[in-house]
Ligand binder design. Structure first.
Ligand code: ATP
Ligand code: MG
Length: 396
Protein backbone atom coordinates (compact mmCIF):
# COMPACT_ATOMS: atom_id res chain seq x y z
CA UNK A 1 0.00 0.00 0.00
CA UNK A 2 1.19 3.48 -0.77
CA UNK A 3 0.53 6.60 1.15
CA UNK A 4 -1.13 8.91 -1.32
CA UNK A 5 -1.91 11.92 0.74
CA UNK A 6 -5.47 13.13 1.04
CA UNK A 7 -6.95 10.38 -1.09
CA UNK A 8 -9.34 7.63 -0.09
CA UNK A 9 -7.98 4.14 -0.57
CA UNK A 10 -9.86 0.97 -1.52
CA UNK A 11 -8.42 -2.53 -1.83
CA UNK A 12 -10.13 -4.47 -4.58
CA UNK A 13 -9.88 -8.26 -4.74
CA UNK A 14 -9.95 -9.94 -8.10
CA UNK A 15 -10.77 -13.60 -8.48
CA UNK A 16 -10.98 -15.32 -11.83
CA UNK A 17 -9.33 -12.43 -13.63
CA UNK A 18 -6.05 -13.11 -11.94
CA UNK A 19 -6.13 -16.70 -13.25
CA UNK A 20 -6.39 -15.67 -16.86
CA UNK A 21 -2.71 -16.12 -17.74
CA UNK A 22 -1.68 -14.18 -20.80
CA UNK A 23 -5.01 -12.37 -20.94
CA UNK A 24 -4.75 -11.14 -17.39
CA UNK A 25 -3.44 -7.71 -18.39
CA UNK A 26 -6.31 -7.24 -20.81
CA UNK A 27 -8.90 -8.20 -18.24
CA UNK A 28 -7.37 -5.92 -15.64
CA UNK A 29 -7.17 -3.06 -18.12
CA UNK A 30 -10.88 -3.41 -18.95
CA UNK A 31 -11.82 -3.60 -15.27
CA UNK A 32 -9.79 -0.49 -14.55
CA UNK A 33 -11.51 1.34 -17.43
CA UNK A 34 -14.96 0.17 -16.26
CA UNK A 35 -14.37 1.44 -12.73
CA UNK A 36 -12.96 4.74 -13.96
CA UNK A 37 -15.96 5.45 -16.19
CA UNK A 38 -18.29 5.24 -13.21
CA UNK A 39 -16.26 7.52 -10.94
CA UNK A 40 -15.09 9.91 -13.62
CA UNK A 41 -15.11 13.52 -12.55
CA UNK A 42 -13.21 12.62 -9.39
CA UNK A 43 -9.47 12.44 -9.52
CA UNK A 44 -8.50 8.81 -9.18
CA UNK A 45 -5.60 6.48 -9.62
CA UNK A 46 -5.42 2.73 -9.88
CA UNK A 47 -2.45 0.52 -9.13
CA UNK A 48 -2.35 -3.16 -9.92
CA UNK A 49 -0.77 -5.98 -8.08
CA UNK A 50 -1.29 -9.70 -8.59
CA UNK A 51 -4.77 -10.65 -7.38
CA UNK A 52 -5.77 -7.16 -6.26
CA UNK A 53 -5.87 -3.54 -7.26
CA UNK A 54 -5.59 -0.39 -5.22
CA UNK A 55 -7.98 2.40 -6.00
CA UNK A 56 -7.17 5.90 -4.77
CA UNK A 57 -9.95 8.46 -5.08
CA UNK A 58 -10.19 12.13 -4.23
CA UNK A 59 -11.53 12.86 -0.74
CA UNK A 60 -14.38 14.83 -2.33
CA UNK A 61 -15.74 11.68 -4.05
CA UNK A 62 -18.79 10.40 -2.13
CA UNK A 63 -18.07 7.02 -0.57
CA UNK A 64 -21.51 5.87 -1.62
CA UNK A 65 -20.56 6.37 -5.26
CA UNK A 66 -17.45 4.24 -4.84
CA UNK A 67 -19.35 1.51 -2.96
CA UNK A 68 -22.13 1.43 -5.55
CA UNK A 69 -19.59 1.40 -8.36
CA UNK A 70 -17.64 -1.53 -6.97
CA UNK A 71 -20.80 -3.48 -6.09
CA UNK A 72 -21.99 -3.29 -9.70
CA UNK A 73 -18.76 -3.80 -11.62
CA UNK A 74 -18.20 -7.36 -12.83
CA UNK A 75 -14.71 -8.61 -12.08
CA UNK A 76 -14.73 -7.21 -8.53
CA UNK A 77 -14.85 -10.12 -6.10
CA UNK A 78 -14.71 -7.96 -3.00
CA UNK A 79 -13.42 -4.65 -1.78
CA UNK A 80 -12.60 -2.86 1.43
CA UNK A 81 -12.03 0.70 2.33
CA UNK A 82 -8.55 1.07 3.79
CA UNK A 83 -6.69 3.80 5.63
CA UNK A 84 -3.03 4.55 5.96
CA UNK A 85 -2.17 6.71 8.95
CA UNK A 86 0.64 7.58 11.33
CA UNK A 87 1.76 4.99 13.86
CA UNK A 88 0.13 6.68 16.79
CA UNK A 89 -2.38 4.64 18.75
CA UNK A 90 -4.86 7.49 19.21
CA UNK A 91 -4.89 8.09 15.48
CA UNK A 92 -5.31 4.37 14.85
CA UNK A 93 -8.33 4.28 17.18
CA UNK A 94 -9.88 7.27 15.40
CA UNK A 95 -9.40 5.60 12.04
CA UNK A 96 -10.77 2.28 13.31
CA UNK A 97 -13.86 4.10 14.60
CA UNK A 98 -14.48 5.58 11.21
CA UNK A 99 -13.92 2.27 9.35
CA UNK A 100 -16.47 0.42 11.47
CA UNK A 101 -19.11 2.98 10.56
CA UNK A 102 -19.02 1.49 7.08
CA UNK A 103 -19.93 -1.85 5.56
CA UNK A 104 -19.45 -4.65 6.51
CA UNK A 105 -19.46 -3.53 10.19
CA UNK A 106 -22.16 -0.89 9.87
CA UNK A 107 -25.12 -3.23 10.49
CA UNK A 108 -23.73 -3.79 14.00
CA UNK A 109 -24.48 -7.52 14.11
CA UNK A 110 -22.67 -10.85 13.90
CA UNK A 111 -19.24 -11.98 15.03
CA UNK A 112 -15.89 -10.29 14.56
CA UNK A 113 -12.26 -10.18 15.51
CA UNK A 114 -9.43 -7.70 15.25
CA UNK A 115 -6.30 -9.06 13.61
CA UNK A 116 -3.16 -7.08 14.26
CA UNK A 117 0.34 -7.53 12.84
CA UNK A 118 3.22 -5.60 14.29
CA UNK A 119 6.09 -5.68 11.82
CA UNK A 120 7.61 -2.62 13.49
CA UNK A 121 8.57 -4.01 16.89
CA UNK A 122 9.29 -0.56 18.28
CA UNK A 123 5.57 0.19 18.35
CA UNK A 124 4.67 0.42 22.07
CA UNK A 125 1.70 -2.00 22.00
CA UNK A 126 2.11 -5.62 20.96
CA UNK A 127 -0.35 -7.34 18.60
CA UNK A 128 -2.42 -8.76 21.41
CA UNK A 129 -2.78 -5.36 23.08
CA UNK A 130 -3.76 -3.71 19.81
CA UNK A 131 -6.40 -6.40 19.23
CA UNK A 132 -7.80 -6.17 22.75
CA UNK A 133 -8.02 -2.37 22.65
CA UNK A 134 -9.61 -2.15 19.25
CA UNK A 135 -11.94 -5.06 20.07
CA UNK A 136 -13.18 -2.88 22.93
CA UNK A 137 -13.73 0.01 20.53
CA UNK A 138 -15.91 -2.19 18.30
CA UNK A 139 -17.92 -3.55 21.25
CA UNK A 140 -18.52 -0.04 22.64
CA UNK A 141 -19.98 0.98 19.30
CA UNK A 142 -21.87 -2.25 18.58
CA UNK A 143 -22.77 -3.97 21.86
CA UNK A 144 -24.66 -6.72 20.04
CA UNK A 145 -21.59 -7.97 18.18
CA UNK A 146 -19.68 -10.94 19.55
CA UNK A 147 -16.00 -11.76 19.39
CA UNK A 148 -15.12 -14.98 17.59
CA UNK A 149 -11.43 -15.47 16.99
CA UNK A 150 -11.83 -18.73 15.03
CA UNK A 151 -14.53 -18.10 12.44
CA UNK A 152 -15.47 -14.43 12.58
CA UNK A 153 -17.90 -13.00 10.04
CA UNK A 154 -16.06 -9.69 10.02
CA UNK A 155 -12.44 -8.78 10.62
CA UNK A 156 -10.75 -5.47 11.30
CA UNK A 157 -7.14 -5.75 10.14
CA UNK A 158 -4.35 -3.56 11.49
CA UNK A 159 -0.77 -3.68 10.22
CA UNK A 160 1.99 -1.66 11.81
CA UNK A 161 4.80 -1.21 9.31
CA UNK A 162 6.30 2.00 7.90
CA UNK A 163 2.87 3.47 8.66
CA UNK A 164 -0.27 1.98 10.19
CA UNK A 165 -2.62 0.27 7.71
CA UNK A 166 -6.22 -0.50 8.54
CA UNK A 167 -8.90 -2.28 6.53
CA UNK A 168 -11.83 -4.62 7.02
CA UNK A 169 -13.14 -7.89 5.56
CA UNK A 170 -14.14 -7.23 1.98
CA UNK A 171 -17.67 -6.27 1.05
CA UNK A 172 -18.79 -8.62 -1.75
CA UNK A 173 -18.64 -7.46 -5.34
CA UNK A 174 -20.53 -9.20 -8.15
CA UNK A 175 -17.50 -11.32 -9.30
CA UNK A 176 -17.59 -12.48 -12.94
CA UNK A 177 -15.55 -10.96 -15.76
CA UNK A 178 -15.32 -7.29 -16.76
CA UNK A 179 -17.95 -6.19 -19.27
CA UNK A 180 -16.33 -5.74 -22.66
CA UNK A 181 -13.86 -8.62 -22.41
CA UNK A 182 -16.11 -11.16 -24.19
CA UNK A 183 -17.37 -9.22 -27.19
CA UNK A 184 -20.88 -7.94 -27.86
CA UNK A 185 -24.34 -9.50 -27.80
CA UNK A 186 -27.87 -8.38 -28.63
CA UNK A 187 -30.30 -9.11 -25.80
CA UNK A 188 -33.93 -9.67 -26.79
CA UNK A 189 -35.42 -7.77 -23.89
CA UNK A 190 -39.12 -8.21 -23.15
CA UNK A 191 -40.91 -6.87 -20.11
CA UNK A 192 -40.89 -10.30 -18.45
CA UNK A 193 -38.90 -11.77 -15.60
CA UNK A 194 -36.52 -13.88 -17.65
CA UNK A 195 -34.81 -11.75 -20.25
CA UNK A 196 -33.34 -9.12 -17.89
CA UNK A 197 -31.86 -11.95 -15.82
CA UNK A 198 -30.44 -13.53 -18.99
CA UNK A 199 -28.81 -10.19 -19.83
CA UNK A 200 -27.33 -9.91 -16.37
CA UNK A 201 -25.91 -13.44 -16.60
CA UNK A 202 -24.20 -12.78 -19.92
CA UNK A 203 -22.89 -9.36 -18.86
CA UNK A 204 -21.39 -11.12 -15.84
CA UNK A 205 -19.34 -13.22 -18.28
CA UNK A 206 -17.92 -10.11 -19.92
CA UNK A 207 -20.42 -9.70 -22.77
CA UNK A 208 -21.35 -6.11 -23.57
CA UNK A 209 -25.05 -5.84 -24.40
CA UNK A 210 -27.34 -3.92 -26.69
CA UNK A 211 -31.08 -4.51 -26.17
CA UNK A 212 -33.87 -5.07 -28.65
CA UNK A 213 -37.59 -4.85 -27.88
CA UNK A 214 -40.49 -5.73 -30.18
CA UNK A 215 -43.35 -3.36 -29.54
CA UNK A 216 -46.84 -3.94 -30.98
CA UNK A 217 -48.61 -0.69 -30.19
CA UNK A 218 -51.58 -0.33 -29.60
CA UNK A 219 -51.94 -4.07 -28.87
CA UNK A 220 -49.16 -3.68 -26.35
CA UNK A 221 -49.38 -0.50 -24.32
CA UNK A 222 -47.11 2.49 -23.83
CA UNK A 223 -46.67 1.28 -20.26
CA UNK A 224 -45.26 -1.99 -21.57
CA UNK A 225 -42.62 -0.01 -23.46
CA UNK A 226 -41.92 2.10 -20.39
CA UNK A 227 -41.43 -1.07 -18.37
CA UNK A 228 -38.81 -2.29 -20.86
CA UNK A 229 -37.07 1.10 -20.69
CA UNK A 230 -37.01 0.83 -16.89
CA UNK A 231 -35.51 -2.65 -17.12
CA UNK A 232 -32.88 -1.43 -19.59
CA UNK A 233 -32.04 1.34 -17.16
CA UNK A 234 -31.41 -1.20 -14.40
CA UNK A 235 -29.23 -3.29 -16.71
CA UNK A 236 -27.31 -0.15 -17.69
CA UNK A 237 -25.50 0.00 -14.38
CA UNK A 238 -24.13 -3.54 -14.85
CA UNK A 239 -23.44 -3.06 -18.54
CA UNK A 240 -22.02 0.47 -18.05
CA UNK A 241 -24.60 2.21 -20.17
CA UNK A 242 -26.94 0.50 -22.60
CA UNK A 243 -28.69 1.15 -25.91
CA UNK A 244 -32.26 -0.05 -26.34
CA UNK A 245 -33.61 -0.50 -29.86
CA UNK A 246 -37.37 -0.63 -30.30
CA UNK A 247 -38.98 -2.31 -33.29
CA UNK A 248 -42.49 -1.39 -34.32
CA UNK A 249 -43.80 -4.92 -34.73
CA UNK A 250 -47.52 -4.31 -35.17
CA UNK A 251 -47.69 -4.66 -38.94
CA UNK A 252 -45.57 -7.80 -38.87
CA UNK A 253 -47.79 -9.38 -36.21
CA UNK A 254 -50.95 -8.57 -38.15
CA UNK A 255 -49.35 -10.01 -41.27
CA UNK A 256 -48.44 -13.22 -39.43
CA UNK A 257 -51.99 -13.52 -38.13
CA UNK A 258 -53.34 -13.28 -41.64
CA UNK A 259 -50.79 -15.40 -43.48
CA UNK A 260 -50.16 -18.40 -41.24
CA UNK A 261 -52.15 -21.05 -39.40
CA UNK A 262 -53.25 -20.13 -35.93
CA UNK A 263 -51.25 -22.85 -34.17
CA UNK A 264 -48.10 -21.55 -35.90
CA UNK A 265 -48.49 -17.89 -34.89
CA UNK A 266 -46.06 -17.99 -32.00
CA UNK A 267 -43.45 -19.89 -33.98
CA UNK A 268 -43.74 -17.49 -36.91
CA UNK A 269 -43.48 -14.53 -34.57
CA UNK A 270 -40.31 -15.96 -33.06
CA UNK A 271 -38.91 -16.63 -36.52
CA UNK A 272 -39.54 -12.98 -37.44
CA UNK A 273 -37.90 -11.83 -34.21
CA UNK A 274 -34.80 -13.87 -35.09
CA UNK A 275 -34.65 -12.41 -38.59
CA UNK A 276 -34.97 -8.83 -37.39
CA UNK A 277 -32.59 -9.40 -34.48
CA UNK A 278 -29.91 -10.74 -36.82
CA UNK A 279 -30.14 -7.66 -38.97
CA UNK A 280 -29.93 -5.37 -35.97
CA UNK A 281 -27.02 -7.42 -34.62
CA UNK A 282 -25.23 -6.97 -37.93
CA UNK A 283 -25.66 -3.19 -37.76
CA UNK A 284 -24.44 -3.08 -34.17
CA UNK A 285 -21.55 -5.52 -34.51
CA UNK A 286 -23.10 -8.01 -32.10
CA UNK A 287 -21.72 -11.52 -32.56
CA UNK A 288 -24.52 -13.34 -30.74
CA UNK A 289 -28.16 -13.02 -29.67
CA UNK A 290 -29.24 -13.56 -26.06
CA UNK A 291 -32.72 -14.61 -24.94
CA UNK A 292 -34.38 -15.47 -21.65
CA UNK A 293 -35.70 -18.85 -22.79
CA UNK A 294 -35.67 -21.81 -20.41
CA UNK A 295 -36.31 -25.34 -21.59
CA UNK A 296 -39.94 -26.35 -21.28
CA UNK A 297 -41.13 -23.13 -19.65
CA UNK A 298 -43.81 -22.41 -22.28
CA UNK A 299 -44.89 -23.92 -25.61
CA UNK A 300 -42.40 -21.88 -27.62
CA UNK A 301 -39.57 -23.13 -25.43
CA UNK A 302 -39.70 -26.86 -26.14
CA UNK A 303 -36.59 -28.38 -27.64
CA UNK A 304 -38.27 -28.64 -31.05
CA UNK A 305 -39.36 -25.01 -30.95
CA UNK A 306 -35.87 -23.91 -29.93
CA UNK A 307 -34.37 -25.93 -32.78
CA UNK A 308 -36.68 -24.15 -35.19
CA UNK A 309 -35.90 -20.66 -33.83
CA UNK A 310 -32.18 -21.50 -33.95
CA UNK A 311 -32.51 -22.43 -37.60
CA UNK A 312 -33.91 -18.97 -38.30
CA UNK A 313 -30.85 -17.24 -36.82
CA UNK A 314 -27.49 -16.82 -38.52
CA UNK A 315 -25.90 -15.96 -35.23
CA UNK A 316 -25.67 -18.28 -32.23
CA UNK A 317 -28.52 -17.75 -29.77
CA UNK A 318 -27.25 -17.81 -26.20
CA UNK A 319 -29.79 -18.91 -23.60
CA UNK A 320 -28.10 -18.58 -20.24
CA UNK A 321 -31.26 -19.60 -18.35
CA UNK A 322 -31.94 -22.73 -20.39
CA UNK A 323 -31.41 -25.15 -17.51
CA UNK A 324 -32.81 -23.04 -14.67
CA UNK A 325 -36.19 -23.40 -13.08
CA UNK A 326 -38.53 -20.47 -12.63
CA UNK A 327 -37.90 -20.06 -8.90
CA UNK A 328 -34.14 -19.79 -9.41
CA UNK A 329 -34.72 -17.15 -12.07
CA UNK A 330 -37.09 -15.22 -9.80
CA UNK A 331 -34.56 -15.30 -6.96
CA UNK A 332 -31.89 -13.87 -9.22
CA UNK A 333 -34.21 -11.20 -10.59
CA UNK A 334 -34.95 -10.12 -7.02
CA UNK A 335 -31.25 -9.95 -6.29
CA UNK A 336 -30.45 -7.75 -9.27
CA UNK A 337 -33.44 -5.49 -8.72
CA UNK A 338 -35.49 -6.22 -11.86
CA UNK A 339 -38.25 -8.33 -10.30
CA UNK A 340 -40.53 -5.54 -9.09
CA UNK A 341 -40.52 -3.93 -12.52
CA UNK A 342 -40.91 -7.23 -14.38
CA UNK A 343 -44.08 -8.20 -12.52
CA UNK A 344 -45.93 -4.98 -13.36
CA UNK A 345 -49.06 -6.13 -15.21
CA UNK A 346 -48.40 -4.83 -18.73
CA UNK A 347 -48.17 -7.67 -21.23
CA UNK A 348 -45.28 -7.58 -23.66
CA UNK A 349 -46.57 -10.03 -26.26
CA UNK A 350 -50.15 -9.29 -26.94
CA UNK A 351 -52.55 -12.11 -26.11
CA UNK A 352 -54.48 -11.62 -29.33
CA UNK A 353 -51.47 -13.03 -31.17
CA UNK A 354 -51.10 -16.09 -28.95
CA UNK A 355 -52.89 -19.14 -30.32
CA UNK A 356 -55.12 -21.22 -28.03
CA UNK A 357 -53.33 -24.40 -29.03
CA UNK A 358 -49.79 -23.62 -30.15
CA UNK A 359 -47.68 -26.29 -31.85
CA UNK A 360 -45.40 -27.70 -29.21
CA UNK A 361 -43.40 -30.14 -31.31
CA UNK A 362 -42.90 -28.29 -34.58
CA UNK A 363 -41.00 -29.81 -37.46
CA UNK A 364 -38.28 -27.42 -38.58
CA UNK A 365 -38.64 -28.19 -42.30
CA UNK A 366 -42.40 -27.72 -42.27
CA UNK A 367 -42.19 -24.46 -40.33
CA UNK A 368 -39.41 -23.14 -42.53
CA UNK A 369 -41.72 -23.67 -45.48
CA UNK A 370 -44.56 -21.88 -43.66
CA UNK A 371 -42.25 -19.00 -42.93
CA UNK A 372 -41.24 -18.69 -46.61
CA UNK A 373 -44.85 -18.83 -47.69
CA UNK A 374 -45.73 -15.82 -45.56
CA UNK A 375 -43.56 -13.56 -47.77
CA UNK A 376 -42.87 -11.27 -44.88
CA UNK A 377 -39.23 -10.33 -45.59
CA UNK A 378 -40.02 -6.86 -46.98
CA UNK A 379 -42.03 -5.97 -43.91
CA UNK A 380 -39.16 -7.12 -41.70
CA UNK A 381 -36.76 -4.88 -43.64
CA UNK A 382 -39.07 -1.99 -42.87
CA UNK A 383 -39.00 -2.90 -39.17
CA UNK A 384 -35.22 -2.58 -39.20
CA UNK A 385 -35.27 0.71 -41.13
CA UNK A 386 -37.67 2.28 -38.65
CA UNK A 387 -35.85 1.19 -35.54
CA UNK A 388 -35.96 3.65 -32.63
CA UNK A 389 -33.02 4.03 -30.29
CA UNK A 390 -32.94 4.98 -26.61
CA UNK A 391 -29.80 5.33 -24.57
CA UNK A 392 -29.38 4.89 -20.86
CA UNK A 393 -26.30 5.91 -18.95
CA UNK A 394 -24.48 3.87 -16.35
CA UNK A 395 -25.87 5.63 -13.24
CA UNK A 396 -24.88 3.44 -10.30
P1 ATP B 1 -39.55 -13.19 -20.50
O1 ATP B 1 -39.89 -13.38 -19.07
O2 ATP B 1 -38.12 -12.83 -20.71
O3 ATP B 1 -40.52 -12.27 -21.20
P2 ATP B 1 -41.07 -15.48 -21.28
O4 ATP B 1 -40.98 -16.56 -20.29
O5 ATP B 1 -42.24 -14.59 -21.25
O6 ATP B 1 -39.73 -14.63 -21.20
P3 ATP B 1 -41.37 -15.79 -24.16
O7 ATP B 1 -42.43 -14.78 -24.21
O8 ATP B 1 -41.55 -17.10 -24.87
O9 ATP B 1 -40.94 -16.21 -22.69
O10 ATP B 1 -40.05 -15.16 -24.68
C1 ATP B 1 -38.84 -15.86 -24.71
C2 ATP B 1 -37.73 -14.88 -24.95
O11 ATP B 1 -37.92 -14.20 -26.19
C3 ATP B 1 -37.68 -13.77 -23.94
O12 ATP B 1 -36.95 -14.16 -22.80
C4 ATP B 1 -37.01 -12.66 -24.69
O13 ATP B 1 -35.60 -12.86 -24.74
C5 ATP B 1 -37.58 -12.84 -26.10
N1 ATP B 1 -38.79 -12.01 -26.27
C6 ATP B 1 -40.07 -12.36 -26.12
N2 ATP B 1 -40.89 -11.32 -26.38
C7 ATP B 1 -40.11 -10.28 -26.72
C8 ATP B 1 -40.34 -8.92 -27.09
N3 ATP B 1 -41.56 -8.41 -27.16
N4 ATP B 1 -39.26 -8.14 -27.35
C9 ATP B 1 -38.00 -8.64 -27.25
N5 ATP B 1 -37.73 -9.89 -26.92
C10 ATP B 1 -38.76 -10.72 -26.64
MG1 MG C 1 -42.42 -12.67 -22.11
Amino acid sequence: MKNIENMQLYLIRLGEISLKGMNRRLFEKQLKANIKIKIHGYHNLIEREKGRIYLYVDQSCPEELVYNTLKTTFGVVGFSKAVVCEKNFETIVEQAKSLIEREPFSDGTGTFKVEARRADKSFPLNSYQIEANLGGVVLDRYPEMKVDVHKPQKVLYVEIRDSAYLYTTPVSGPSGLPVGTAGKGLLLLSGGIDSPVAGYRMASRGLRLDCLYFHAYPYTSEQALQKVKDLAMILAKWNIGISLFVVNFTEAELWIKEHSNEEEHTLMMRACMMKVANRVAQKRNCQVLVTGEALGQVASQTLEAMCFTNSMSERPVLRPLVGMDKQEIIDLSRKIGTYETSILPFDDCCVIFSPKHPLVKPDTDVETESFKNMNIEELLDKCVEELQEFQFSYKV
